[in-house]
Design a protein around this ligand. Structure first.
Ligand code: XMP
Length: 518
């Protein structure tokens, strides 16, 4: 439980299902303190083992009086370390310690201004006695538990913040972790540094040093295999492992023929030439295309691609008899055993990874990024010297261009989508829009439409442009990029990509649509 390679001070976040729980963690780590999110019912012994300097209760959608309301075991209040309850966390703490909670007359949702009362460590350094906050709650505290006092109030929330100064228990009705609470960072840092007395020692360099040490200890003289995709996660894993164990690492890069223009070459150049990390390069593009012939069902395509990948990877691994570990770029959001709403997209599609392989081949897993968020992986990548174009690269699905071709994948249809994709990326980069959006790509539709070129009537393919903004891909909205940019892309695609006479822009949001078309 206690991360062996993390000797730093740490904060425990108990999750009650708030949509903002991960944000709390992000804020804390940005302040260079290590923290982890665990479900609200985490075992007391495990909490003690984790040895936090402070605990934060997240918000959550429940009401403390509901029959199945999530509650912490009351012994938590006896451990003797500071606690900060946010929203539902505040209500729960007050309720469990003998106060009273009631439904508010009106649900309070949105911007609010609270007034500070008394001076308290939590609000140290606030710019004025009235501060802007973000509220989102139905219930509110009616009567405080013994030992508590109010340190902030508003018209709508007479109990906007409380403290038990003896026990160092804090509660806030608002959300300091969201950007709509402009001084929220200071409030959280006051909790970390003034109240919990944490040291800000969580940095990427400390992470690299500790991770390299623990990888070396774990792996010993054994060998590790790693599947490279050219994306930021697997690239960071490979470079980190190479630093730790050098030639005991074997990187496999499978060209499935569904990559973007020039991608295979640029991955090879980066690893073999720039980083001097040898690659086992397998060009399986013909095989993938053969197996995909005639297949139009999106799930079937995914299965065929996933299975063939595993077959190839397994074959390569078997040639390296000394391999006992498989390295994967699993990130923290995938491992959080969160009670938060996760959205359907996590399970709606069969995602492409080396699933099932570790057990089948008796490989042990190494997941050096499993404690990191995506932007921390990017910081780590920078620290490890990865080029900016890899670090800021848009996500690219494992099944590649196959899911951006609606209908059958053929060589000619791959050519069309690949050429259109290149134009989209060139124009996004040239205009400075690439880094402002989550993803931008071209989709080849399975229909033809009539057009006219010169004096000739044409009957050709349609390309849809998909350009979205998103924070975590769970939700997304179409990007409001300038018409001129859209126009330039459309013109270039129609003029330069043989077989296309029409371009459309996808203005659907997710949900109910998804980012990829498949
Ligand atoms: P959707 O289409 O579900 O996509 O809104 C959400 C995000 O996931 C990416 N995606 C994938 N990534 N393997 C991946 O590594 C996959 O099979 C896969 N399918 C979708 C997609 O590009 C978007 O960023």
């Amino acid at each position: 439980m206690r991360p062996q390679h993390m000797p730093q001070d740490r904060i425990l976040i108990l999750d009650f299902g708030s949509q903002y729980t991960q944000l709390i963690a992000r804020r804390i780590r940005e302040s260079h303190v290590y923290c982890e999110i665990h479900p609200f019912n985490m075992d007391l012994l495990k909490i003690l083992e984790f040895d936090p300097k402070g605990i934060i209760f997240s918000g959550g959608p429940a009401s403390v009086y509901a029959q199945d309301a999530p509650k912490v075991s009351p012994e938590i209040y006896q451990i003797g370390i500071p606690i900060l309850g946010i929203c539902y966390g505040l209500q729960l703490m007050c309720f469990q310690l003998g106060g009273e909670v009631e439904p508010a007359d009106e649900r309070e949702y949105g911007h609010a201004v609270i007034s500070l009362k008394d001076s308290d460590e939590l609000f140290h350094g606030m710019e004025s006695p009235d501060i802007k906050v973000w509220m989102s709650h139905g219930d509110r505290v009616k009567r405080l538990p013994p030992g508590f006092k109010i340190i902030a109030y508003s018209d709508n929330s007479p109990v906007a913040a409380v403290v038990d100064p003896q026990k160092r228990f804090y509660g806030v009705q608002f959300h300091p972790e969201v950007a709509h609470t402009p001084q929220g960072r200071t409030i959280i840092e006051n909790f970390l540094f003034r109240i919990c007395r944490c040291n800000p020692t969580w940095t990427m360099q400390s992470f690299i040093d500790e991770t390299i040490k623990s990888i070396r200890e774990e792996v010993g003289n054994n060998h590790v295999i790693c599947a490279l995709s050219g994306g930021v996660d697997s690239s960071v894993v490979a470079v980190l492992l190479h630093k730790a164990i050098g030639n005991q690492l074997h990187c496999v890069f499978v060209n499935n023929g569904l990559l973007r223009l020039g991608e295979a070459e640029s991955v090879r150049r980066l690893f073999e030439t720039y980083f001097d990390i040898p690659l086992i390069y397998v060009d399986a593009s013909k095989e993938f295309l053969t197996r995909l012939r005639g297949v139009t069902d999106p799930e079937k395509k995914r299965k065929i691609i996933g299975n063939l990948f595993v077959e190839i990877f397994e074959g390569e691994a078997k040639r390296l008899p000394q391999v006992t570990y498989l390295a994967q770029g699993t990130l923290y959001p995938d491992v959080i055993e969160s009670v938060s709403f996760k959205g359907p997209s996590a399970t709606i599609k069969t995602h492409h990874n080396v699933g099932g392989l570790p057990e089948r081949m008796n490989l042990r897993l190494i997941e050096p990024l499993r404690e990191l968020f995506k932007d921390e992986v990017r910081l780590l990548g920078r620290e490890l010297g990865l080029p900016e174009r890899i670090i800021m690269r848009h996500p690219f699905p494992g099944p590649g261009l196959a899911i951006r071709i609606i209908g059958e994948v053929t060589e000619d249809r791959l050519r069309i989508v690949r050429e259109a994709d290149t134009i989209v990326l060139e124009e996004m980069e040239a205009s400075g829009w690439y880094d402002k959006v989550w993803q931008a790509f071209a989709v080849l539709l399975p229909i033809k439409s009539v057009g006219v070129m010169g004096d000739e009537r044409t009957y050709e393919q349609v390309i849809a442009l998909r350009i979205v903004e998103s924070v975590d891909a769970m939700t997304a909205d179409w990007a409001r990029i300038p018409y001129e940019l859209l126009s330039k892309m459309a013109n270039r695609i129609i003029n330069e990509v043989r077989g296309v006479n029409r371009v459309v822009y996808d203005i659907s949001s997710k949900p109910p649509s998804t980012i990829e078309w498949e």
